[in-house]
Design a protein around this ligand. Structure first.
Ligand code: GLC
Length: 417
Protein backbone atom coordinates (compact mmCIF):
# COMPACT_ATOMS: atom_id res chain seq x y z
CA UNK A 1 0.00 0.00 0.00
CA UNK A 2 1.40 3.44 -0.85
CA UNK A 3 1.19 6.25 1.68
CA UNK A 4 -1.82 7.86 0.04
CA UNK A 5 -3.75 4.62 0.42
CA UNK A 6 -2.62 4.26 4.02
CA UNK A 7 -3.69 7.82 4.81
CA UNK A 8 -7.11 7.27 3.26
CA UNK A 9 -7.47 3.99 5.14
CA UNK A 10 -6.76 5.79 8.43
CA UNK A 11 -9.52 8.32 7.79
CA UNK A 12 -11.90 5.49 6.89
CA UNK A 13 -10.91 3.51 9.96
CA UNK A 14 -11.55 6.50 12.26
CA UNK A 15 -14.77 7.41 10.45
CA UNK A 16 -17.90 7.15 12.59
CA UNK A 17 -20.26 7.95 9.71
CA UNK A 18 -20.94 11.63 10.39
CA UNK A 19 -17.76 12.51 12.24
CA UNK A 20 -14.19 11.27 12.55
CA UNK A 21 -12.29 10.27 15.68
CA UNK A 22 -8.78 11.74 16.02
CA UNK A 23 -7.71 8.15 16.77
CA UNK A 24 -9.35 5.15 18.41
CA UNK A 25 -8.81 4.67 22.15
CA UNK A 26 -7.09 7.87 23.25
CA UNK A 27 -9.65 10.26 21.69
CA UNK A 28 -13.03 8.54 21.23
CA UNK A 29 -15.11 11.66 20.33
CA UNK A 30 -15.29 14.48 17.80
CA UNK A 31 -12.67 17.17 18.40
CA UNK A 32 -13.23 20.58 16.86
CA UNK A 33 -10.08 21.46 14.94
CA UNK A 34 -9.22 17.80 14.28
CA UNK A 35 -12.57 17.55 12.57
CA UNK A 36 -11.86 20.52 10.29
CA UNK A 37 -8.60 18.85 9.23
CA UNK A 38 -10.40 15.55 8.69
CA UNK A 39 -13.05 17.28 6.54
CA UNK A 40 -10.30 18.63 4.30
CA UNK A 41 -8.55 15.23 4.18
CA UNK A 42 -11.77 13.50 3.14
CA UNK A 43 -12.39 16.13 0.47
CA UNK A 44 -9.26 14.96 -1.35
CA UNK A 45 -11.03 11.67 -2.20
CA UNK A 46 -14.63 11.77 -0.90
CA UNK A 47 -15.93 15.36 -0.86
CA UNK A 48 -19.44 14.34 0.18
CA UNK A 49 -17.99 12.86 3.36
CA UNK A 50 -15.83 15.97 3.88
CA UNK A 51 -18.85 18.30 3.87
CA UNK A 52 -20.77 16.03 6.20
CA UNK A 53 -17.92 16.25 8.71
CA UNK A 54 -18.13 20.05 8.88
CA UNK A 55 -21.92 19.93 9.10
CA UNK A 56 -21.74 17.57 12.08
CA UNK A 57 -19.22 19.83 13.80
CA UNK A 58 -21.42 22.88 13.36
CA UNK A 59 -24.51 20.99 14.54
CA UNK A 60 -22.98 21.09 18.02
CA UNK A 61 -22.92 24.90 18.07
CA UNK A 62 -24.35 26.51 21.21
CA UNK A 63 -27.07 29.11 20.88
CA UNK A 64 -24.58 31.84 21.82
CA UNK A 65 -22.41 30.91 18.81
CA UNK A 66 -19.65 28.88 20.51
CA UNK A 67 -18.61 25.65 18.82
CA UNK A 68 -17.33 23.28 21.53
CA UNK A 69 -13.92 21.67 21.53
CA UNK A 70 -15.37 18.16 22.00
CA UNK A 71 -18.75 16.77 20.95
CA UNK A 72 -19.64 13.66 22.92
CA UNK A 73 -21.91 11.96 20.41
CA UNK A 74 -22.00 8.79 22.48
CA UNK A 75 -20.49 8.08 25.86
CA UNK A 76 -17.17 6.24 25.97
CA UNK A 77 -15.81 5.19 29.37
CA UNK A 78 -12.27 5.18 27.93
CA UNK A 79 -12.01 8.98 28.07
CA UNK A 80 -11.83 11.34 31.01
CA UNK A 81 -13.19 14.01 31.53
CA UNK A 82 -16.39 12.98 29.73
CA UNK A 83 -19.82 14.58 29.28
CA UNK A 84 -20.87 14.08 32.92
CA UNK A 85 -17.87 16.14 34.06
CA UNK A 86 -18.08 18.90 31.46
CA UNK A 87 -21.85 19.38 31.43
CA UNK A 88 -21.82 21.59 28.33
CA UNK A 89 -25.11 23.32 27.48
CA UNK A 90 -25.38 22.86 23.71
CA UNK A 91 -27.67 20.74 21.53
CA UNK A 92 -25.22 17.80 21.71
CA UNK A 93 -23.40 16.80 24.95
CA UNK A 94 -20.13 18.71 24.82
CA UNK A 95 -17.25 20.34 26.62
CA UNK A 96 -17.64 23.96 27.71
CA UNK A 97 -14.71 25.50 25.84
CA UNK A 98 -13.78 25.91 22.20
CA UNK A 99 -10.66 25.30 20.04
CA UNK A 100 -8.73 27.16 17.31
CA UNK A 101 -11.27 28.30 14.70
CA UNK A 102 -9.76 26.76 11.59
CA UNK A 103 -13.08 25.47 10.19
CA UNK A 104 -13.85 28.50 7.98
CA UNK A 105 -10.38 28.31 6.44
CA UNK A 106 -10.77 24.62 5.68
CA UNK A 107 -14.21 25.27 4.26
CA UNK A 108 -12.64 27.79 1.86
CA UNK A 109 -10.12 25.15 0.82
CA UNK A 110 -12.80 22.52 0.38
CA UNK A 111 -14.81 24.86 -1.77
CA UNK A 112 -11.88 25.46 -4.07
CA UNK A 113 -11.32 21.69 -4.34
CA UNK A 114 -15.03 20.91 -4.75
CA UNK A 115 -17.05 23.91 -6.03
CA UNK A 116 -20.14 21.69 -6.20
CA UNK A 117 -20.28 22.03 -2.39
CA UNK A 118 -21.23 25.70 -2.63
CA UNK A 119 -24.80 25.24 -1.48
CA UNK A 120 -23.62 23.48 1.66
CA UNK A 121 -20.99 26.15 2.27
CA UNK A 122 -23.65 28.86 1.99
CA UNK A 123 -25.62 27.15 4.76
CA UNK A 124 -22.58 26.82 7.01
CA UNK A 125 -21.34 30.38 6.42
CA UNK A 126 -23.69 32.21 8.84
CA UNK A 127 -23.01 29.64 11.54
CA UNK A 128 -19.27 30.14 11.19
CA UNK A 129 -19.82 33.87 11.29
CA UNK A 130 -21.72 33.62 14.55
CA UNK A 131 -18.91 31.51 16.04
CA UNK A 132 -16.38 34.16 15.06
CA UNK A 133 -18.68 36.83 16.45
CA UNK A 134 -18.72 34.93 19.76
CA UNK A 135 -14.90 35.08 19.89
CA UNK A 136 -14.96 38.81 19.22
CA UNK A 137 -17.53 39.32 21.96
CA UNK A 138 -16.10 37.13 24.72
CA UNK A 139 -12.47 36.48 24.16
CA UNK A 140 -10.59 39.68 23.29
CA UNK A 141 -7.86 41.38 25.27
CA UNK A 142 -6.41 44.44 23.52
CA UNK A 143 -7.59 42.90 20.26
CA UNK A 144 -5.79 39.57 20.82
CA UNK A 145 -7.80 36.39 21.41
CA UNK A 146 -7.63 34.78 24.86
CA UNK A 147 -7.97 31.20 25.97
CA UNK A 148 -9.79 30.42 29.21
CA UNK A 149 -8.44 26.88 29.52
CA UNK A 150 -5.14 25.49 28.16
CA UNK A 151 -7.06 22.96 26.05
CA UNK A 152 -8.75 25.78 24.19
CA UNK A 153 -5.52 26.71 22.38
CA UNK A 154 -5.14 23.17 21.07
CA UNK A 155 -1.59 23.29 22.49
CA UNK A 156 -2.75 21.62 25.65
CA UNK A 157 0.26 21.51 27.93
CA UNK A 158 2.49 24.09 26.25
CA UNK A 159 4.83 25.89 28.65
CA UNK A 160 2.89 29.05 27.81
CA UNK A 161 0.34 28.18 30.46
CA UNK A 162 2.70 27.33 33.32
CA UNK A 163 2.73 30.70 35.02
CA UNK A 164 -1.01 31.25 34.89
CA UNK A 165 -1.60 27.66 36.03
CA UNK A 166 0.42 28.27 39.18
CA UNK A 167 -2.27 30.65 40.40
CA UNK A 168 -5.00 28.00 40.32
CA UNK A 169 -6.06 26.66 43.70
CA UNK A 170 -6.67 22.91 43.47
CA UNK A 171 -7.18 22.16 47.16
CA UNK A 172 -10.79 21.04 46.62
CA UNK A 173 -10.31 19.15 43.39
CA UNK A 174 -11.45 15.71 44.70
CA UNK A 175 -10.46 12.27 43.39
CA UNK A 176 -10.52 11.32 39.73
CA UNK A 177 -9.04 8.68 37.43
CA UNK A 178 -7.26 9.68 34.27
CA UNK A 179 -7.72 7.52 31.19
CA UNK A 180 -5.18 9.03 28.82
CA UNK A 181 -2.22 7.43 30.59
CA UNK A 182 -3.68 3.97 30.09
CA UNK A 183 -3.57 4.49 26.30
CA UNK A 184 -0.10 6.00 25.89
CA UNK A 185 3.17 6.25 27.81
CA UNK A 186 2.65 8.61 30.82
CA UNK A 187 6.05 10.21 30.21
CA UNK A 188 4.63 11.72 27.01
CA UNK A 189 1.48 13.09 28.61
CA UNK A 190 0.81 16.08 30.89
CA UNK A 191 1.59 15.53 34.57
CA UNK A 192 -0.89 15.17 37.48
CA UNK A 193 0.02 18.71 38.54
CA UNK A 194 -1.27 19.95 35.19
CA UNK A 195 -4.30 17.68 35.16
CA UNK A 196 -5.49 18.92 38.57
CA UNK A 197 -5.52 22.43 37.20
CA UNK A 198 -7.23 21.47 33.95
CA UNK A 199 -10.01 19.91 35.99
CA UNK A 200 -10.31 22.80 38.39
CA UNK A 201 -11.01 25.10 35.44
CA UNK A 202 -13.71 22.71 34.24
CA UNK A 203 -15.28 22.67 37.70
CA UNK A 204 -15.34 26.48 37.75
CA UNK A 205 -17.12 26.54 34.39
CA UNK A 206 -19.69 24.01 35.56
CA UNK A 207 -20.26 26.02 38.77
CA UNK A 208 -21.70 28.88 36.67
CA UNK A 209 -23.27 26.63 33.99
CA UNK A 210 -20.74 27.92 31.46
CA UNK A 211 -22.19 31.42 31.61
CA UNK A 212 -19.36 33.40 29.96
CA UNK A 213 -20.11 36.62 31.81
CA UNK A 214 -20.07 34.91 35.21
CA UNK A 215 -17.09 32.73 34.34
CA UNK A 216 -15.03 35.72 33.28
CA UNK A 217 -15.34 37.08 36.81
CA UNK A 218 -14.12 33.94 38.58
CA UNK A 219 -11.73 32.33 36.11
CA UNK A 220 -8.09 32.77 37.22
CA UNK A 221 -6.92 31.70 33.75
CA UNK A 222 -7.18 34.10 30.81
CA UNK A 223 -4.25 34.15 28.45
CA UNK A 224 -4.00 35.98 25.12
CA UNK A 225 -2.65 33.46 22.67
CA UNK A 226 -1.00 33.66 19.25
CA UNK A 227 -2.59 30.38 18.05
CA UNK A 228 -6.10 31.68 18.61
CA UNK A 229 -5.37 35.19 17.40
CA UNK A 230 -3.69 34.08 14.17
CA UNK A 231 -6.15 31.31 13.31
CA UNK A 232 -9.14 33.60 13.89
CA UNK A 233 -7.54 36.37 11.85
CA UNK A 234 -6.97 33.97 8.98
CA UNK A 235 -10.42 32.45 9.33
CA UNK A 236 -12.00 35.90 9.18
CA UNK A 237 -10.15 36.66 5.95
CA UNK A 238 -11.43 33.41 4.44
CA UNK A 239 -14.94 34.01 5.75
CA UNK A 240 -14.94 37.50 4.25
CA UNK A 241 -13.79 36.25 0.86
CA UNK A 242 -16.45 33.54 0.75
CA UNK A 243 -19.09 35.97 2.03
CA UNK A 244 -18.33 38.39 -0.81
CA UNK A 245 -18.98 35.65 -3.36
CA UNK A 246 -22.15 34.56 -1.55
CA UNK A 247 -23.48 38.15 -1.52
CA UNK A 248 -23.47 38.32 2.30
CA UNK A 249 -22.99 41.47 4.37
CA UNK A 250 -19.31 41.36 5.32
CA UNK A 251 -18.73 44.86 6.70
CA UNK A 252 -18.41 43.72 10.31
CA UNK A 253 -15.81 41.10 9.30
CA UNK A 254 -13.59 43.86 7.94
CA UNK A 255 -13.71 45.47 11.38
CA UNK A 256 -12.84 42.18 13.06
CA UNK A 257 -9.83 41.83 10.80
CA UNK A 258 -8.58 45.31 11.69
CA UNK A 259 -9.06 44.63 15.40
CA UNK A 260 -7.19 41.34 15.26
CA UNK A 261 -4.34 42.77 13.17
CA UNK A 262 -3.91 45.38 15.86
CA UNK A 263 -4.28 42.71 18.57
CA UNK A 264 -1.52 40.62 17.00
CA UNK A 265 0.95 43.50 17.46
CA UNK A 266 0.31 43.35 21.22
CA UNK A 267 1.61 39.75 21.27
CA UNK A 268 4.99 40.69 19.86
CA UNK A 269 7.61 40.21 22.57
CA UNK A 270 10.94 41.91 21.78
CA UNK A 271 12.74 39.77 24.36
CA UNK A 272 12.12 36.55 22.47
CA UNK A 273 11.83 38.16 19.04
CA UNK A 274 8.59 36.35 18.49
CA UNK A 275 4.86 36.38 19.11
CA UNK A 276 4.26 35.33 22.69
CA UNK A 277 1.30 34.47 24.88
CA UNK A 278 0.38 37.11 27.45
CA UNK A 279 -1.46 36.71 30.72
CA UNK A 280 -4.49 38.98 30.27
CA UNK A 281 -5.03 39.22 34.03
CA UNK A 282 -1.52 40.41 34.90
CA UNK A 283 -0.42 41.87 31.55
CA UNK A 284 2.81 39.83 31.65
CA UNK A 285 4.32 38.04 28.70
CA UNK A 286 5.18 34.38 29.25
CA UNK A 287 8.51 34.56 27.40
CA UNK A 288 7.83 31.34 25.47
CA UNK A 289 8.99 30.92 21.89
CA UNK A 290 6.79 28.27 20.28
CA UNK A 291 5.64 27.23 16.83
CA UNK A 292 2.58 29.48 17.35
CA UNK A 293 4.77 32.53 16.67
CA UNK A 294 5.31 31.23 13.14
CA UNK A 295 1.57 31.30 12.43
CA UNK A 296 1.82 35.03 11.63
CA UNK A 297 2.29 34.27 7.91
CA UNK A 298 -0.75 32.01 7.91
CA UNK A 299 -2.64 35.00 9.33
CA UNK A 300 -1.42 37.19 6.46
CA UNK A 301 1.14 39.12 8.52
CA UNK A 302 4.49 39.16 6.77
CA UNK A 303 6.70 40.15 9.67
CA UNK A 304 10.37 39.81 8.70
CA UNK A 305 11.36 40.26 12.34
CA UNK A 306 9.65 36.95 13.21
CA UNK A 307 11.83 35.00 10.81
CA UNK A 308 15.21 34.66 12.62
CA UNK A 309 13.72 32.99 15.70
CA UNK A 310 11.96 30.45 13.49
CA UNK A 311 15.21 29.81 11.61
CA UNK A 312 16.99 29.28 14.90
CA UNK A 313 14.42 26.71 16.04
CA UNK A 314 14.69 24.92 12.71
CA UNK A 315 18.49 24.87 12.89
CA UNK A 316 18.33 23.24 16.32
CA UNK A 317 16.00 20.45 15.16
CA UNK A 318 16.34 17.61 12.68
CA UNK A 319 12.64 17.70 11.89
CA UNK A 320 10.92 21.08 12.03
CA UNK A 321 9.11 22.82 13.42
CA UNK A 322 9.43 22.05 17.16
CA UNK A 323 6.50 23.13 19.31
CA UNK A 324 8.87 24.75 21.81
CA UNK A 325 12.31 26.32 21.41
CA UNK A 326 14.85 23.45 21.57
CA UNK A 327 17.37 25.79 23.17
CA UNK A 328 15.09 26.85 26.03
CA UNK A 329 15.02 25.39 29.53
CA UNK A 330 12.21 22.88 29.85
CA UNK A 331 12.37 21.65 26.25
CA UNK A 332 11.16 18.02 26.27
CA UNK A 333 11.30 16.38 22.83
CA UNK A 334 8.68 13.75 23.59
CA UNK A 335 6.27 15.41 25.98
CA UNK A 336 3.26 16.65 24.13
CA UNK A 337 3.44 20.40 23.37
CA UNK A 338 6.75 20.98 25.14
CA UNK A 339 9.00 20.20 22.21
CA UNK A 340 7.61 17.65 19.72
CA UNK A 341 6.85 18.53 16.13
CA UNK A 342 3.18 18.33 15.11
CA UNK A 343 2.18 17.86 11.45
CA UNK A 344 -0.96 19.94 11.94
CA UNK A 345 0.93 22.98 13.10
CA UNK A 346 3.54 22.38 10.42
CA UNK A 347 0.83 22.52 7.79
CA UNK A 348 -0.67 25.77 9.10
CA UNK A 349 2.76 27.38 9.45
CA UNK A 350 4.22 25.96 6.24
CA UNK A 351 1.24 26.71 3.99
CA UNK A 352 1.13 30.25 5.35
CA UNK A 353 4.81 30.68 4.53
CA UNK A 354 4.24 29.31 1.03
CA UNK A 355 1.50 31.85 0.43
CA UNK A 356 3.70 34.68 1.64
CA UNK A 357 6.67 33.64 -0.50
CA UNK A 358 8.94 32.28 2.26
CA UNK A 359 9.56 29.28 0.04
CA UNK A 360 12.84 28.11 1.59
CA UNK A 361 11.43 27.86 5.11
CA UNK A 362 8.14 26.41 3.89
CA UNK A 363 10.01 23.81 1.81
CA UNK A 364 12.08 22.72 4.77
CA UNK A 365 9.04 22.32 7.01
CA UNK A 366 7.02 20.51 4.38
CA UNK A 367 9.83 18.16 3.51
CA UNK A 368 10.54 17.38 7.17
CA UNK A 369 6.85 16.65 7.74
CA UNK A 370 6.70 14.31 4.76
CA UNK A 371 9.89 12.51 5.84
CA UNK A 372 8.47 11.90 9.30
CA UNK A 373 5.36 10.29 7.88
CA UNK A 374 7.29 8.26 5.32
CA UNK A 375 9.69 6.89 7.89
CA UNK A 376 7.49 6.64 10.95
CA UNK A 377 3.84 6.52 9.91
CA UNK A 378 0.91 8.75 10.79
CA UNK A 379 1.52 9.46 14.47
CA UNK A 380 -0.03 12.17 16.62
CA UNK A 381 3.33 13.94 16.83
CA UNK A 382 7.10 13.21 16.63
CA UNK A 383 10.37 13.84 18.46
CA UNK A 384 11.92 16.74 16.49
CA UNK A 385 15.44 15.44 17.05
CA UNK A 386 15.17 11.67 16.49
CA UNK A 387 11.91 11.59 14.50
CA UNK A 388 10.49 8.97 16.84
CA UNK A 389 6.69 8.76 16.53
CA UNK A 390 4.79 9.51 19.74
CA UNK A 391 1.36 9.91 21.30
CA UNK A 392 -1.47 8.10 19.52
CA UNK A 393 -0.99 6.40 16.15
CA UNK A 394 -3.14 6.14 12.99
CA UNK A 395 -4.05 9.78 13.54
CA UNK A 396 -6.73 11.38 11.37
CA UNK A 397 -5.33 14.87 11.09
CA UNK A 398 -1.83 13.61 10.37
CA UNK A 399 -3.27 11.54 7.52
CA UNK A 400 -5.18 14.61 6.30
CA UNK A 401 -1.99 16.69 6.27
CA UNK A 402 -0.36 14.04 4.08
CA UNK A 403 -3.27 13.89 1.66
CA UNK A 404 -3.81 17.63 1.42
CA UNK A 405 -0.26 18.94 1.58
CA UNK A 406 2.83 17.01 2.72
CA UNK A 407 2.33 14.16 0.24
CA UNK A 408 2.28 16.52 -2.79
CA UNK A 409 5.88 16.23 -3.87
CA UNK A 410 5.86 12.49 -3.35
CA UNK A 411 2.95 12.18 -5.74
CA UNK A 412 4.98 13.62 -8.58
CA UNK A 413 8.25 11.93 -7.69
CA UNK A 414 6.85 8.45 -7.32
CA UNK A 415 3.79 8.62 -9.49
CA UNK A 416 1.44 7.57 -6.70
CA UNK A 417 -1.97 9.13 -6.25
C1 GLC B 1 -4.93 16.83 22.20
C2 GLC B 1 -4.33 17.99 21.43
C3 GLC B 1 -5.43 18.79 20.78
C4 GLC B 1 -6.26 17.86 19.90
C5 GLC B 1 -6.72 16.62 20.66
C6 GLC B 1 -7.32 15.57 19.76
O1 GLC B 1 -5.76 17.24 23.21
O2 GLC B 1 -3.54 18.80 22.26
O3 GLC B 1 -4.92 19.87 20.04
O4 GLC B 1 -7.34 18.54 19.36
O5 GLC B 1 -5.65 16.03 21.32
O6 GLC B 1 -6.40 15.18 18.78
Amino acid sequence: MNLHDTARAILRQNDQGRYTLPTHGLYPYQWNWDSAFAAWGFTTFDPERGWRELETLMSGQWDDGMVPHILFHRTDPGYFPGPDVWQGRGPIPSSGITQPPVAASFMAKMLSMHPEGEQRARILWPRLKSWHDWFMKWRLDQGAVCVTHPWEAGRDNAPDWDRAMRLIDVSEIGDYTRRDTSHVDPSMRPTKYDYDRYLKLVQLGVSVSWDHEALKKINPFRVADPTMTFTLLRANRDLRDMGKVFGEDISVIDNWITTLEQGATTLWNEDIQGYDSRNALTGEFNGILSNASALCWYAGINNEAARPSVERMLAAATYGLPSFDPEADGFEPLRYWRGPTWPVMNYLVGSGMEEMGLCDLAGRIKNDTAQLMQRNGFAEYYDPISGRPAGGDSFSWTAAVWLGWAGDSFVTEKGVA
